[in-house]
Structure formats: C-alpha cells, structure tokens
Design a protein around this ligand. Structure first.
Ligand SMILES: *[C@@H]1O[C@H](CO)[C@@H](O)[C@H](O)[C@H]1NC(C)=O
Ligand SMILES: *[C@@H]1O[C@H](CO)[C@@H](O)[C@H](O)[C@H]1NC(C)=O
Ligand SMILES: *[C@@H]1O[C@H](CO)[C@@H](O)[C@H](O)[C@H]1NC(C)=O
Ligand SMILES: *[C@@H]1O[C@H](CO)[C@@H](O)[C@H](O)[C@H]1NC(C)=O
Ligand SMILES: *[C@@H]1O[C@H](CO)[C@@H](O)[C@H](O)[C@H]1NC(C)=O
Ligand SMILES: *[C@@H]1O[C@H](CO)[C@@H](O)[C@H](O)[C@H]1NC(C)=O
Ligand SMILES: *[C@@H]1O[C@H](CO)[C@@H](O)[C@H](O)[C@H]1NC(C)=O
Ligand SMILES: *[C@@H]1O[C@H](CO)[C@@H](O)[C@H](O)[C@H]1NC(C)=O
Ligand SMILES: *[C@@H]1O[C@H](CO)[C@@H](O)[C@H](O)[C@H]1NC(C)=O
Length: 465
C-alpha cells in the first residue's frame, strides 16, 4: 500500500491495520553459501557480514557453528532443513521435533532465527519428494509451536521453473500443471494461514538467457532508460525482475491466494563467464546489485506494478564466490566478496549511496561490441622479477601508461608486488595504444587474457579486439 498521510498513518497503526515498520525491515539479506574449500571461518564471515551492515542472512542448513556466531547480534537468520530430510520429517513428527530442538531451540532466541525453510528448490528436482514437502512444512510448524516458538515462519524457496509457459505477459503467469493443484494450492493455503511468505529465487540473468534476443540487458539491469514493456492485460514494466515477480503473483492469484506475500530468497548477477557473452561481468553485477539494494530499501517501498508500495524482503546471492560449485564459470562467481574477504566491487548495502556517488564506477562497459572480445593485457606471474621491474618502469615512463593508481595509498597499490603493479601498468598502456598498433609483449613478460583481472576497488578497463 502507499504511505498515507501522517495522522491517518498513526490512526491505522493504532488499529493494527498497518505493519509497524522498523529499521530492521530496511536491511538487505545475503545468502551465505558454503560450497568453497577456501572460505573464511564462520567467525570471520560473521565479522564481514556485520561490517557490510547486512541485516539478514540465509544459510543452506542449520550449521551450529554459524548459528552460534550469529548469537547476540541483530542479524535475522533463515535456516534450512536439507532436502534429504524432508521425507523423514513429513513421515515422523518425532523427527520434526528433534530437528527443532537440536537445530533451532538450542540457539533461539539469542540467535534471531526468523524463518525455517524446508528444502531448496525442491520442485525443480526429481518428483519423489514433492508429496512430502507440504506435510514436512506442517510438521515443522507444529513442532515449533510445541516448543512455544511463535516468531519463526516456515516456508520453502522455489525457483522460477514453478511457472510454465512464456514469462510474457506476466498477467498470464501460471503454475506448472504437475504441481499447481497437487502442491502449490495446499502450500499457499498453509502460507496464507500461517502468514508466511513464499520464498522465490528470481534471476533476471537466467530469464534473459532463455529469451536474450527479446529481453535487453538494460531491462534486466534496471537501467532507467530501458524500453518499457506494456502487459496487454496489465500494467507497464520497467524491469525484468518485476515481470518475474508479477508472473508468480498472477499464478498465486489464479489458485485463489492473491494475498500471500513473497520474499526474494535469491537474486544477483555473476561477475565472470566463459566466452559466452551472457552479460556476466563485474560492471553488470555492480549495476544490478547496487540498483537492487537501492530499490529494495527505498523508504517508500516500491513493491511491484501488481502490488505497488509493498516491502519485499530481498536476499542477494551470494556473500562469497564459491569455488566448489560445478557447471560454467558463472556458477562460481556470484559473490559480493572473494573468499579472502576482499570486495569484488564497491557496494553500499544500506541503500544510502546513489549510483553516481560511488567512488568508482564499475569495471567495464556493459558488453563488448558485437563480434568483438574483451581482453586485458597482464603480467606473466612467472616472469623473472628483474625483467618485469624493467618492463614496469618502461610502461610507466616512456610508455606513458597512467600509473597513479599503483602508487602507495592509491586503489591499486595492494597487493604491493611487482607482478600486480606491472599488470595494471601494462593493461593501461595496452588500453591506450593497441588501436594504434601497440602490442602486449613487453619483452615476453606480458600476455593477453580474457579473464577480467579487476579486484576490489582496482578496476582494469578492458580493450576490445
Ligand atoms: C543439526 O545439529 C546437529 C548437531 O549440532 C548437526 O550435527 C547437524 O549438522 C545440524 N543439521 C543441519 C542441517 O545443519
Ligand atoms: C520416528 O523417529 C523416531 C526417532 O528416530 C523413532 O524412534 C520412531 O520409531 C519413528 N517413528 C516412526 C513411526 O517411524
Ligand atoms: C513423477 O513422475 C512420474 C513420471 O513422469 C509420474 O509417473 C509420477 O506420477 C510422478 N509422481 C508424482 C508424485 O508427481
Ligand atoms: C497464457 O497461458 C496459457 C496457458 O499457459 C497459454 O495457452 C496462452 O497461450 C498464454 N497466452 C499468451 C498471450 O501468452
Ligand atoms: C518478445 O517477443 C514476443 C513475440 O515476438 C512479443 O510478443 C513480446 O512482446 C516480446 N517481449 C518483449 C519484452 O519485448
Ligand atoms: C540520492 O538522491 C536523492 C534524489 O535525487 C536525494 O534525495 C538523496 O539525498 C541522495 N542521497 C544521498 C546520500 O545523497
Ligand atoms: C612495497 O614493496 C616494496 C618492495 O618490496 C617495499 O620496499 C615497500 O616497503 C613496500 N611498501 C609497503 C607500504 O609495504
Ligand atoms: C599467454 O596466453 C596464451 C593464450 O591465452 C596462453 O596459451 C599462454 O600459455 C599464455 N602464456 C603465459 C606465459 O601465460
Ligand atoms: C583477494 O582475492 C582476490 C581474488 O583472488 C585477489 O585479486 C586479491 O588481491 C586478494 N586480496 C588480498 C588482500 O589478498
């Protein structure tokens, strides 16, 4: 709903007709995934979470070490019952109670657990567990009540493949027929009665993949100048995320549950890709997530065109790059942070900064021109130090590279090594002069790469060939 005038607001508040908005509602969440063999300890991770002013954390289990670290902080937590335990918990109330006692009661309330998610994207996997999903949710809800815990909601995160047919027009959104009546309907009924939101994993990045000719990168990245899409049976859309959310809302309304809230349990943008040019880059990830945070935390909530003015809880995927994930390069590069805790790009997760106020603009222009590749000229890490030092001096001197950024105190000084400084200088030189015939050789200690070497606040501009 839109914000009413102050006296009316107070009146509505008095009668309990408006939710009391607290600062906790205006914080962003992140997904703290742990599929990496080089990730920091839970203690260090929680320090990072606090330093980034992240207000909510979602984990993919109920890891006691993490829940312990989150105790006595203001951070709200979503825990998860793993997929493998759904059938058992649905069949056996004792096991539901054991999970609540062992994995929740022990930490609650000093750890502010607020949601128990049952499985992860269950309806995208083999149909064998599907019939157990809602019964498991019901059992866990009962088990929580039995332990006198009322503040923890039970839900489950679903992927966008819960819908069938094309995404456009969103007013036509409907659930797949194999889950619509058998699972979604009873689940929505449960969520409605327990006042819990449906958790949705929404990725404009992937939606575009299915229909890239038709959906512009600008529309996916919340660009203010993206072409607007007009739903013939509904409102206008300025971005792809809203289209996806409203398609889910339309599907819910068709099943008779137009009021169940939704939470964005995962969204984000990857920073690296193989040579597939799907738009994964530090630049695009920074744009997407900065704009996402700004929208999600707007003091006058934006909602979606179908539900304007509503706050939508949002969890960014992910806190860290996770090196043990399979699949293409993008999969391992969704993080806000490298495993060593350095930021992949600047982002203000409080939603305070405006786009133009970031100290640094994101790395590289949106996409390479059609038919061209993005490349960077960097130092060979195995080159002999003396030769490299000489090449560095040449690049910054006679070569006219702009080497301000690698001076002490500047954004590319760290790591303070010849290889790192030489990479910056060679790339800057190559940027300026490759069009007029300059090469990336530097006596054999330089090399071209298609992997963006930008790190933290140190941005390497690409060249195009
Ligand atoms: C639940 O708690 C037990 C005991 O602390 C732990 O071994 C187990 O991994 C936890 N379960 C999950 C899903 O995290
Ligand atoms: C439920 O689980 C408990 C604990 O593992 C077990 O003792 C009990 O026999 C189970 N009940 C049923 C009906 O399977
Ligand atoms: C699972 O899929 C198989 C094959 O499509 C089908 O025969 C079966 O009825 C499905 N089971 C459920 C619970 O949907
Ligand atoms: C709307 O959805 C139905 C069922 O999925 C489909 O048959 C129909 O073609 C869709 N209409 C449009 C305009 O896409
Ligand atoms: C995508 O293409 C279809 C068919 O050409 C068209 O009806 C639809 O409006 C397009 N969607 C967008 C967002 O342009
Ligand atoms: C961001 O921009 C808005 C609107 O232009 C302005 O009201 C607000 O003060 C700006 N925020 C900061 C932190 O300067
Ligand atoms: C940077 O590295 C150089 C060479 O190893 C060293 O002399 C210098 O003290 C370092 N500077 C800082 C601030 O660590
Ligand atoms: C330079 O790059 C080429 C092509 O990417 C690669 O085959 C070669 O091994 C690289 N050489 C060094 C010294 O890194
Ligand atoms: C952290 O890791 C990134 C990516 O591997 C690297 O570029 C950066 O230099 C590292 N930062 C520190 C402080 O070690």
């Amino acid at each position: 709903m839109r914000m009413p005038s102050l006296p009316l607001y107070l009146l509505l508040l008095f009668f309990g007709l408006l939710p009391l908005r607290t600062d906790a509602m205006y914080t962003i969440g992140v997904n703290y995934g742990q599929l990496g063999d080089n990730l920091p300890t839970p203690q260090k991770a929680v320090e990072l979470i606090k330093s980034m002013k992240i207000g909510k954390v979602k984990i993919y289990d109920a890891n006691p070490a993490i829940l312990k670290e989150l105790a006595n902080t203001d951070i709200k937590v979503c825990v998860m019952l793993p997929n493998e335990q759904i059938v058992a918990v649905a069949n056996n109330m004792t096991l539901a109670e054991m999970f609540v006692r062992r994995n929740i009661s022990v930490f609650y309330p000093s750890t502010k657990i607020r949601t128990l998610l049952v499985g992860n994207e269950i309806l995208s996997a083999s149909n064998q567990t599907w019939p157990y999903l809602v019964p498991a949710m019901i059992n866990l809800h009962k088990a929580l009540r039995k332990c006198r815990i009322r503040k923890i909601k039970v839900s489950t995160p679903l992927a966008m493949d819960m819908l069938q047919g094309p995404l456009f027009p969103p007013s036509n959104g409907s659930f797949r027929t194999d889950i619509g009546d058998s699972i979604m309907k009873p689940m929505l009924s449960f969520l409605h009665h327990t006042r819990a939101p449906l958790f949705v994993d929404v990725y404009p990045f992937f939606a575009r993949e299915n229909d890239a000719t038709n959906i512009s990168l600008e529309f996916a990245l919340f660009a203010p100048d993206a072409n607007v899409y007009k739903d013939s049976n509904g409102p206008e859309y300025g971005n792809l995320l809203d289209v996806q959310l409203d398609a889910v809302l339309a599907a819910m309304a068709k099943k008779g549950f137009p009021k169940v809230e939704i939470t964005i349990s995962e969204t984000g943008w990857p920073t690296r890709e193989d040579l597939d040019e799907r738009g994964a880059s530090v630049h695009n990830a920074a744009l997407y997530n900065r704009r996402l945070v700004k929208r999600a935390l707007a003091k006058l909530p934006l909602g979606t065109p179908r539900r304007p003015g509503r706050l939508i809880d949002t969890y960014i995927f992910a806190l860290f790059n996770e090196n043990l994930k399979g699949g293409p390069t993008t999969e391992r590069n969704w993080g806000l942070l490298y495993p060593n805790g350095t930021r992949v790009y600047d982002i203000d997760l409080t939603g305070y900064l405006n786009e133009t106020q970031y100290r640094l603009s994101p790395a590289s222009p949106v996409e390479a021109p059609p038919g061209q590749l993005k490349i960077w000229c960097i130092a060979n890490p195995h080159a002999d130090a003396t030769t490299l030092g000489r090449a560095l001096s040449y690049a910054c001197g006679q070569g006219s590279a702009d080497c301000k950024a690698i001076q002490p105190g500047q954004r590319c000084f760290w790591p303070n090594s010849t290889v790192s400084h030489a990479s910056y200088a060679f790339n800057n030189y190559y940027n300026q002069f490759h069009k007029t015939g300059a090469t990336c050789i530097f006596g054999g200690v330089a090399n071209l790469t298609t992997q963006d070497p930008s790190h933290g606040s140190c941005i390497f501009s690409p060249s195009y060939v």
